[in-house]
Design a protein around this ligand. Structure first.
Ligand SMILES: C[S@@+](CC[C@H](N)C(=O)[O-])C[C@H]1O[C@@H](n2cnc3c(N)ncnc32)[C@H](O)[C@@H]1O
Length: 312
């Protein structure tokens, strides 16, 4: 297997098979990244199909533009947020799409080489934005109130030492601004009592995840993209989403159950009053996970969960 130096696409065969791609399909790939999934999709829908490849990162768009040179008449690349799926399609003149793919989170390139401060093991400027607009991690860490820091560490990082970490950040930043990922990781690590440090993983892992989710409004964007994406999906069209942590997966799972028409009335109601309507078939009763062979070759696949629906 040739290792893709930008990013190795995760669950590739599973995505291709669940999307049930057909010649001539129009596909919205909202997380283009290194175009690994996109290239495989183009081959399945050629010669008449089209992929609309979207990414918030201009770096991802320029890399993909080079990689997709030979397929340039089969792909339209857009530097935007996938949550804007409706306006993106409207601007391009598409009313519906046949397939939607979201492969959430960030690419290996972004973690290792973008210099945007996504990793706690590198000492870089605090930024963490996929794109270049909006608040950066620097503003969150240096300007958020202690209560708000605590809340995001707790909610988005499921960090049980949220209160102590937030208090320590506020006390340290009063003396000197926190400018780098190295300094932030150091402050987080020293906020957790030595005997309670996690045995697995870096002590700052959860806080970094929380700040990244906050900076990029990841959960809000995901919810909007699922709702608006479903509206523009053609009848019989499919939506596949790969998530990498439980907060994202919970959103995908619950939204897909809603589309499936799961009744949410209390069990003692004689008839359904919640108005649940079946709008889709759930094609993955349980989330699909990577095989051991894939995880061995690409450890990033270990946390991946794929869920797919088909609109009826
Ligand atoms: C895991 S990578 C995708 C990898 C890609 N499937 C491949 O095979 O190379 C996720 C990509 O989604 C982008 N991204 C994350 N959130 C986004 C959003 N709300 N809108 C558009 N792109 C987003 C990131 O910049 C990153 O390039």
């Amino acid at each position: 297997m040739i290792i893709n130096e930008y990013h190795e696409p995760v669950l590739l065969q599973e995505v291709l098979s669940y999307l049930d791609l057909k010649q001539g399909d129009t596909v919205f790939d909202g997380t283009l990244g290194g175009a690994g999934h996109t290239i495989a999709i183009i081959k399945e829908i050629a010669p008449t199909g089209k992929v609309i490849g979207v990414d918030l990162s201009s770096q991802a768009i320029s890399t993909a533009t080079r990689k997709l040179e030979r397929f340039k008449d089969k792909v339209i690349l857009v530097n935007d947020n996938f949550a804007n799926i409706k306006s993106i399609l409207e601007e391009l003149g598409f009313i519906t799409v046949d397939k939607i793919l979201l492969d959430l989170g960030l690419s290996s390139y972004q973690i290792e080489k973008s210099g945007k401060g996504f990793s706690y093991i590198r000492d870089e400027k605090l930024d963490m934005r996929f794109g270049s607009r909006g608040l950066s991690a620097y503003e969150v860490v240096n300007h958020y109130r202690e209560e708000d820091l605590k809340k995001i560490f707790y909610q988005y990082g499921e960090e049980k030492w949220a209160k102590m970490i937030a208090a320590n950040i506020v006390s340290k930043r009063e003396k000197e601004e926190i400018r780098t990922t190295g300094r932030l990781a150091e402050i987080v690590a020293e906020s957790i009592p030595r005997s309670r440090k996690p045995r697995k993983g870096h002590p700052a892992k959860r806080v970094f995840q929380a700040i990244r989710i906050e900076v990029n409004e990841e959960l809000k964007n995901l919810s909007t993209a699922i709702d608006d994406g479903f509206e523009v999906l053609s009848e019989g069209g499919r939506m596949a989403i790969i998530s990498y942590h439980s907060l994202e997966d919970r959103i995908v799972k619950n939204k897909f159950l809603d589309f499936k028409g799961k009744c949410t009335c209390p069990p003692d109601f004689p008839v359904c009053r919640c108005g649940a309507v079946k709008k889709a078939n759930l094609l993955t009763k349980k989330a699909v996970k990577a095989t051991l062979q894939e995880v061995e070759k690409n450890p990033r696949a270990s946390s991946a969960k794929l869920r797919v629906i088909e609109k009826i």
